[in-house]
Design a protein around this ligand. Structure first.
Ligand SMILES: Cc1cc2nc3c(=O)[nH]c(=O)nc-3n(C[C@H](O)[C@H](O)[C@H](O)COP(=O)(O)O)c2cc1C
Length: 216
């Protein structure tokens, strides 16, 4: 089982990793993998101390030289500070941690009318990248409006989110302004290979355990 704390990228809850993982590890009899905010060996040791069997990392692996994500996207993540992400419901109706971009700031600040206008603009961009006609978009939107009880602005954003995310990550369309990201992006400033990353995490975890043994 993976327990992901609120620092993580994408859809998240409000409880931070440091509080969530010990609770989950104590509550279940299967191995727990800790996620949300991990990037180095110290974090791995902390997760083991909280009762986890290991860690999963999303944002850290995205920021590697092996990651196929577009270079323009990686540059934006590397430039972000610890306040460079935000959890918003305005993207697809549920709490979603994303990079703080101009588009996301506008979604967050706008009232219902502003959100509808911006969502409509996003829908136009979505049409461009998905090739879906307005008729099909309206049909799907009506289903979400009626079936899920979402307002029209939210319907447009929710329907578009997967394609907008894909367009940013795969095609480098940073201009669309929608990129899921963990808060840890603010601590990462390099692009190691996956092999280098894992070797450095294991070396640092070993050194940390040695240091803690000396403390004892
Ligand atoms: C760019 C990006 C896309 C993600 N997409 C998904 C997804 O489609 N489904 C999902 O369950 N989690 C998704 N996640 C969350 C990760 O699976 C993982 O829980 C999270 O990244 C862990 O936090 P971290 O980024 O601090 O390591 C995504 C994360 C990122 C950074």
């Amino acid at each position: 089982m993976i327990a992901t704390g609120g620092e993580g990228g994408g859809h998240v809850g409000a409880v931070p990793t440091s509080l969530l993982v010990p609770q989950v590890a104590a509550a279940v009899d299967i191995p727990v993998i800790a996620a949300g905010g991990f990037f180095d060996g110290r974090g791995l040791v902390a997760a083991l101390a909280w009762g986890a069997a290991g860690v999963a990392m999303g944002t850290r692996f995205l920021l590697t030289s092996d990651s196929p994500v577009a270079d323009e996207v990686k540059r934006l993540y590397l430039a972000a500070g610890l306040d460079g992400t935000v959890v918003t419901r305005r993207v697809d109706g549920v709490p979603h941690r994303v990079l703080r971009t101009t588009m996301v700031d506008q979604l967050e600040r706008g009232g219902r009318l502003g959100a509808l206008v911006r969502s409509a603009r996003n829908a136009a961009a979505f049409r461009g990248v998905s090739g879906m006609g307005w008729g099909e978009m309206l049909r799907q939107g009506r289903e979400m409006h009626r079936g899920w009880g979402l307002g029209w602005g939210q319907v447009l954003m929710t329907a578009n989110t997967p394609v907008l995310l894909r367009a940013a990550m795969v095609d480098g369309r940073t201009d669309l302004g929608l990129m899921s990201s963990g808060q840890v992006t603010g601590l990462i400033d390099d692009l190691p290979s996956c092999a280098e990353l894992i070797e450095s995490i294991m070396a640092e975890a070993g050194a940390t355990l040695d240091r803690l043994r000396r403390v004892r």
